[in-house]
Design a protein around this ligand. Structure first.
Ligand SMILES: *[C@@H]1O[C@H](CO)[C@@H](O)[C@H](O)[C@H]1NC(C)=O
Ligand SMILES: *[C@@H]1O[C@H](CO)[C@@H](O)[C@H](O)[C@H]1NC(C)=O
Ligand SMILES: *[C@@H]1O[C@H](CO)[C@@H](O)[C@H](O)[C@H]1NC(C)=O
Ligand SMILES: *[C@@H]1O[C@H](CO)[C@@H](O)[C@H](O)[C@H]1NC(C)=O
Length: 645
């Protein structure tokens, strides 16, 4: 662990710019991180250095667990941690900044340094990361509807510059050159897979350099393909590659050499696991393959970042989606990733195997190896339906925005980042019977006629049409769910909501009433008298509440949603994220102990589709992330999976 010899004085100039940061002179000369091209190595504070790093994103793990996870990363022999910085978290709206609580990046950096880890910082602005909109703030799409993202479009770079200036000012004391833990800062993110606007990448480089000088090393990361580095490579920025297991390591590193003949070898994203989508099998990567490829890389002297070492959770609506024109696959709430540390931070056999390999190349710290934390088995909780979303009281409690207009507006036009918008209109008295309703929906809509569910539209399944019987003069409702903005590929400008609605090929004249339900948190005092609701929810979503008691210190637990339909769960007001056991493979939502308390706890479900009998839900001590019944031929249907759209 290093002693920080940092005396920092900041004065603010007339333009509000920080004009002077004085650092203890000894500090300045002693600390630094650079490339020794001659000897193909990094130099840390002037001495040869290589890192084995693990990715862990502070925004996917409750702040109370940051130290625990970082310590476990160090205990595996790793000497660095890599994190993205999520722009959308820190600037939730144009005039709002958030750097406290779970967005307290500075505290994360402090803890990393205290736990003897260097930091590879990946500030984006675009981060992919399987996060909503690749970490970009959704309001960019509200401000500039035809914005050219990740390009030199000044209407985009204007906002990027504001974000980067804010961030880089805050992290300046944490740069290695100032005695802090940050040794490297990434420019953009796998840009060669997206575009070729070199004016943009050079501008980003200069914007970052202007703020940090040479106090940390700038780097890029691209897939190990010559075609990818062609546009991903940025002059004067250290180019690195990424690749996974079961591959010829030498060959991959040769790609790096094509663009950068000398310097240390680096794999910036080595995949010990993989991401998973709803309606797909849970992805796994074999431990033996991870150990072999890691050993191959380290034996060549390479520095490696393991992506992910601890994945965590996409709480609330933070999960993104993959896809392009015609395909759409939203990601799970869990970001367990089959990583060496599980979603709950428990070590797996993969963890110990990686530790063995790393110990051949780096000294293991004198620390005890971690064990799994105890988990709570809090049994079944009985839930009572207390509010219907569509009834006046439900609207009053949860609606965030209500707008009337002649055409449907997108979520972004409504300034609503997430989850649900209800679109309502009346059908004229003259339509043929049955009529075909065609609605371009992003991403999923429950369609109600006269308050009765008649079908589901789904972008994932390319279902945009539904037939309506006796349409004349009836009330039409579409409850549209944003399942997560695309985080990768050319379709990044992923507006949500309804873009086109036709009945028998004619545009519906409106007027439309649009109601946005934000539902980021729920009031822990939420109450109401019991309603009757079970089976398929033909008359719309219900909010259910159940209480449970924990005696003693709360432990992590898992909410088993098997038997329920689709929705979002809250514990003590905190949003645990989406559940969708009908789709799988994730059946349980991770409930971290810091969200719980000794004594009475409150569980709330906003269930969109189906309420089982009995209305119970279990808090159990084991996760189920890889339920396979829908994907295998085993015929095991014990989880009561219904017809899926
Ligand atoms: C530190 O450097 C500044 C200017 O570079 C100089 O004025 C000052 O005397 C130095 N302080 C010490 C303690 O060496
Ligand atoms: C791996 O790639 C290198 C360089 O392209 C090549 O020389 C070597 O034969 C390959 N090894 C295997 C096992 O294919
Ligand atoms: C390792 O740590 C333990 C407990 O802190 C201490 O007793 C022991 O001397 C240390 N061993 C070495 C080699 O530093
Ligand atoms: C709804 O609840 C009633 C009474 O508890 C029960 O008889 C019925 O089977 C339930 N329906 C469904 C679809 O579960």
């Amino acid at each position: 662990m290093w002693t920080v010899l940092l005396t920092l004085a900041v004065t603010t100039g007339v333009l509000g710019e920080v004009v002077d940061v004085r650092v203890n002179n000894d500090t300045e000369s002693k600390f630094g991180f650079e490339v020794d091209y001659e000897l193909n190595q990094f130099l840390l504070d002037g001495k040869p250095f290589r890192y084995v790093s693990g990715s862990f994103h502070y925004f996917r793990t409750p702040r109370q667990y940051w130290r625990d996870r970082l310590r476990k990363i160090r205990a595996a022999g790793l000497n660095a941690v890599s994190t993205y910085v999520e722009w959308s978290l820190h600037q939730p709206s144009e005039n709002e900044w958030y750097w406290t609580g779970n967005a307290d990046l500075m505290e994360f950096l402090n803890i990393a340094q205290e736990e003897d880890l260097f930091v590879l910082l990946r500030p984006g602005p675009y981060i992919c990361a399987e996060r909503d909109f690749g970490g970009l703030p959704y309001w960019l799409l509200s401000r500039v509807p035809d914005i050219r993202l990740r390009s030199s479009d000044p209407r985009y770079t204007k906002y990027v510059k504001i974000y980067l200036n804010e961030l880089l000012e805050l992290i300046r004391p944490y740069l290695r050159g100032n005695g802090g833990p940050i040794i490297m800062i990434q420019v953009e993110n796998e840009y060669g897979s997206y575009g070729c606007d070199t004016q943009y990448t050079s501008w980003l480089r200069d914007t970052i350099k202007q703020k940090i000088g040479s106090k940390a090393l700038l780097y890029t990361t691209d897939g190990s393909g010559a075609n990818l580095l062609r546009c991903g490579f940025v002059p004067e920025v250290y180019a690195t590659v990424d690749f996974g297991t079961n591959t010829n390591v030498t060959k991959n590193f040769e790609i790096m050499r094509l663009y950068q003949p000398r310097g240390p070898l680096v794999n910036s994203e080595f995949y010990p696991g993989w991401l998973s989508h709803w309606q797909e099998p849970f992805q796994r990567v074999q431990t033996a393959a991870v150990a072999k490829t890691l050993d191959d890389m380290l034996s060549l002297g390479a520095s490696v970042n393991i992506y992910m070492f601890h994945g965590g959770t996409n709480f609330a609506y933070t999960a993104g989606a993959n896809g392009n024109e015609g395909t759409y696959s939203p990601q799970l709430t869990s970001y367990d990733y089959d990583a060496p540390l599980t979603e709950a931070g428990d070590p797996t056999p993969k963890y110990f195997e990686i530790r063995n390999i790393v110990s051949k190349y780096l000294p293991l710290p004198n620390m005890s190896v971690p064990t799994a934390s105890p988990k709570g088995d809090y049994g079944p909780v009985v839930l009572t339906p207390i509010v219907r979303l569509f009834e006046p009281r439900g609207r009053q409690l949860f609606e965030t925005v209500v707008v009337e207009g002649s055409k449907p507006l997108t979520f972004e036009e409504l300034n609503l980042p997430h989850w649900l918008v209800l679109y309502e209109t009346d059908l004229a008295p003259s339509y043929s019977d049955p009529a075909n309703l065609h609605a371009m929906v992003r991403d999923r809509a429950l369609v109600y006629v006269d308050d009765h569910l008649i079908g589901t539209l789904s972008r994932s399944h390319n279902i945009y049409d539904v037939s309506i019987e006796n349409p004349y003069g009836r009330k039409l409702k579409l409850l549209v769910e944003n399942q997560g903005r695309l985080n990768y590929g050319s379709g990044l400008r992923d507006y949500k909501g309804l873009t086109e609605v036709l009945l028998n090929n004619a545009r519906l004249p409106g007027p439309w009433k649009m109601t946005g339900f934000r539902l980021d948190y729920v009031d822990p005092l939420l109450s109401g008298s019991a309603l009757s609701a079970n089976g398929t929810l033909y008359d719309g979503p219900v909010v259910l509440r159940g209480d449970f008691v924990i005696s003693g210190q709360p432990m992590d637990t898992y909410l088993n949603t098997v038997g329920w339909g689709k929705g979002v769960a809250f514990v003590n007001g905190r949003n645990l994220g989406r559940y969708w056991p009908l789709a799988g493979p994730q059946m349980t939502l991770y409930v971290p102990a810091p969200y719980l308390r000794t004594g009475q706890n409150q569980l709330v479900l906003v269930e969109l589709e189906y309420v089982p009998t009995p209305r119970e839900i279990k808090l159990q001590n084991e996760p189920i992330l890889d339920y396979k019944a829908r994907y295998s031929n085993s015929g095991d249907n014990s989880y009561n999976i219904r017809v899926l759209v």
